[in-house]
Design a protein around this ligand. Structure first.
Ligand code: WQD
Length: 337
């Protein structure tokens, strides 16, 4: 059985689908502070499985203990649960440190106490900061964190690295996501924005559906092929499958050492204007956008080298920016139906 914390969240629910599709039993622990357990109905429609959610605050160790008491067959934990809004973390840094780090510490303490052998951490390319070394590899050093959210991912990785040194029998993996986007082909699950979306793809779909008046391109004067920022957009179902591959890798005992890091991107960069063009071409919907000033904290360009995940986990991304835009739009249309 695999425990997925934050399993009602965007990446979490897609990962649960992929785990179920690959024969794993799954339980979820999600306080629903930034998610809705109804997303598990979508998971059930896709897979036929009703996943149980423990709606607990993972900062509350005694409340979280029941998960492990009631599920002695947990062999692995995938830890997604965290707050992840960049601007909100700038506005409320101490809440972000308390929530993201205390929940991680609770899960690790319970993992050690109940001797769960495998742990996978949801990390982020934002640990690299504004690196100029492109494409980014797992050996690229941490850069200055652009925000407290990114800092919680850097500190989280360091906590787990020290945890793995102490608990030599545990196997841990840190997965550094680039820019997750898109939705399941069925349009039964997808990204739900709490408040105004900040990330590009949900901003595109909200603009296209009329929920937002227009989209502003944050800067067209960067040193890139069309002046707008470059990112490595990875379809959420490819990202989900990477987690399943990582669980299978750990359970098969293939690790060389007990704390390994993998980049998860598709190894190519797309500019903001190219992403907008891909959406319009794929959906036939014209976007109302304008060119505006740069957004503070944005890095000019970042994209991954994912060869390590390909060679060691046997993982390959199968979808591109067009698949992202098509599925994101189908999910939006279904939500607004
Ligand atoms: C992408 C590009 C914007 C909105 C964030 C987090 C990172 C990770 C992924 C969790 C940028 C441009 C955006 C808009 C725009 N999250 N943009 N107009 O900032 O690369 O990464 O999500 O791990 O931690 O920082 O993603 O989607 O916000 O921006 O022009 O209305 O789209 O300037 O160049 P980002 P994003």
């Amino acid at each position: 059985m695999i425990l997925v914390t934050g399993g009602c969240g965007y990446i979490g629910c897609h990962t649960i689908v992929d785990l179920l599709d690959n024969g794993f039993d799954v339980i979820c622990a999600d306080s629903n502070i930034r998610s809705n357990a109804s997303i598990l109905e979508g998971v059930e429609k896709i897979t036929g499985v009703r996943v149980k959610n423990y709606a607990v605050d993972l900062c509350d160790k005694e409340a979280s203990r029941q998960i492990f008491e009631e599920n002695p067959s947990i062999v692995g934990i995938i830890h997604f649960a965290a707050l992840k809004s960049v601007p909100e973390s700038v506005d409320q840094p101490l809440w972000y440190f308390r929530n993201n780090l205390n929940s991680l510490l609770t899960v690790l303490e319970l993992q050690a106490e109940y001797k769960v052998p495998n742990f996978i951490f949801s990390s982020s390319c934002s640990v690299y900061g504004n690196t100029k070394e492109l494409p980014v590899t797992e050996d690229t050093a941490f850069g200055e964190a652009e925000c407290p959210y990114a800092r919680t991912k850097q500190i989280g990785e360091q906590i787990i690295t020290d945890f793995a040194r102490k608990y030599a029998k545990t196997n841990t993996i840190l997965l550094r996501y680039f820019n997750p986007a898109g939705a399941h082909e069925s349009a039964l699950i997808g990204e739900i924005s709490y408040g105004a979306a900040q990330n590009l793809v949900p901003v595109i779909t909200q603009t296209a559906s009329g929920k937002r008046k227009e989209l502003t391109v944050f800067g067209d004067d960067y040193n890139t092929r069309d002046g707008s920022c470059i990112r490595d957009y990875i379809h959420v179902m490819d990202l989900a499958n990477a987690h399943t591959k990582a669980v299978q890798y750990l359970i098969a005992g293939k690790q060389q050492h007990n704390c390994e890091v993998f980049n998860l991107g598709i190894g190519e960069g797309v500019t903001v204007l190219e992403a907008i063009n891909a959406f319009e071409k794929e959906t036939g919907v014209k976007l109302n956008y304008k060119l505006g000033p740069r957004r503070p904290g944005d890095v000019e360009s970042i994209y991954s080298n994912y060869e390590l995940a390909a060679s060691k986990l046997g993982w390959q991304p199968k979808r591109n920016i067009e698949d992202i835009m098509r599925t994101a739009w189908a999910w939006t249309v279904k939500q607004n139906a």
